[in-house]
Design a protein around this ligand. Structure first.
Ligand SMILES: Nc1ncnc2c1ncn2[C@@H]1O[C@H](COP(=O)(O)OP(=O)(O)OP(=O)(O)O)[C@@H](O)[C@H]1O
Ligand SMILES: [Mg+2]
Length: 257
């Protein structure tokens, strides 16, 4: 299987702190690949580097073997990368539909500020975005709250909404930073079903998650980092039984006999 994303000897320092330490890894196209590790291990920093939010100190990032190191976030999105955030980033005074449409604006031809001359074209583009947003609202199961203001929505709905917004750009690879954090067990189980469905429909998922039920349930491959460096990589079974991982992160609870 070809790599959709590859990190080559990536290091990121914040002042004297090395948040990512010479990390190399690749995500195969069509897989669900999890990145796990203790709090502060560097998981969110890794996604921010991939997405071009932070410049890296050294190393390279490749998307389908094209070098995206140092590219601005919107250009990386055009290559086919989408993401959700550890801390929900939605517009509270906008509706579910409007928030999802925002996800499409970053790739829309005309952006948010059309000239008067191009108003008709702008309206046509808005219409297309709305149709697509409506399709996604249905797809993720949020039709009942299409016109609700986000500030009135329960937390679980917001986490799902973020996924729909990320799907607006048709990403080939979706980076999910703790998408199931804070969900109750029933929300979590329908969330797992949603992630599986997205994967079945052809997306590659890169999943950062502390909940091991989620990770072990859906991942094909897991990379474990600690203090910014890779300590293990393998299948769920290999990771569950890896003594270094058990010591640094999992404890004995997930060891498989
Ligand atoms: N913008 C920043 N400036 C300075 N230090 C930062 C910055 N972002 C992250 N760090 C530091 O880098 C290290 C890795 O943080 P990061 O948020 O990537 O960890 P994480 O694995 O996502 O943790 P968690 O599981 O708690 O979300 C931490 O020591 C953190 O304090
Ligand atoms: Mg994090």
């Amino acid at each position: 299987m070809p790599a959709i994303l590859r990190l080559e000897n990536v290091t990121k320092q914040f002042g004297g702190l090395t948040a990512i330490n010479n990390l190399s890894m690749s995500i195969e196209s069509g897989t669900i690949h999890a990145l796990i590790g203790p709090n502060g291990a560097g998981k969110t920093t890794a996604t921010n580097i991939i997405e071009g939010v932070y410049p890296l100190t050294s190393g390279k990032v490749y998307f389908r073997e094209s070098d995206i190191t140092g590219m601005p976030t919107h250009e990386i999105a055009r290559h086919g990368l989408g993401r959700t955030f550890q801390n929900i980033k939605l517009y509270n005074t906008m509706t579910t539909l409007e928030n999802i449409m925002v996800g499409g604006h970053q790739l829309a031809k005309l952006g948010l500020l059309p000239s008067l001359v191009r108003m008709r074209e702008f309206n046509r583009e808005e219409k297309m975005l709305e149709e697509k947003a409506d399709y996604l609202i249905d797809y993720v199961g949020l039709s009942g709250i299409r016109n609700e203001y986000v500030k009135n929505l329960p937390y679980g709905n917001k986490k799902v909404l973020e996924i729909a917004r990320a799907l607006m750009t048709d990403p080939e690879l979706l980076l999910l930073d703790e998408p199931a954090a804070g969900l109750n067990p029933s929300e979590r189980s329908s969330f797992i079903d949603l992630l599986k469905r997205i994967h079945d429909n052809g997306k590659t998922l890169f999943l950062i998650e502390h909940n091991m039920d989620v990770v072990m349930n859906i991942s094909q491959k897991i990379t474990v980092i600690n203090f910014g460096a890779k300590i293990a990589e393998g299948t769920t079974r290999e990771i569950q039984n890896n003594p270094d991982v058990i010591k640094a992160y999992l404890g004995v609870r997930y060891k498989v006999k």
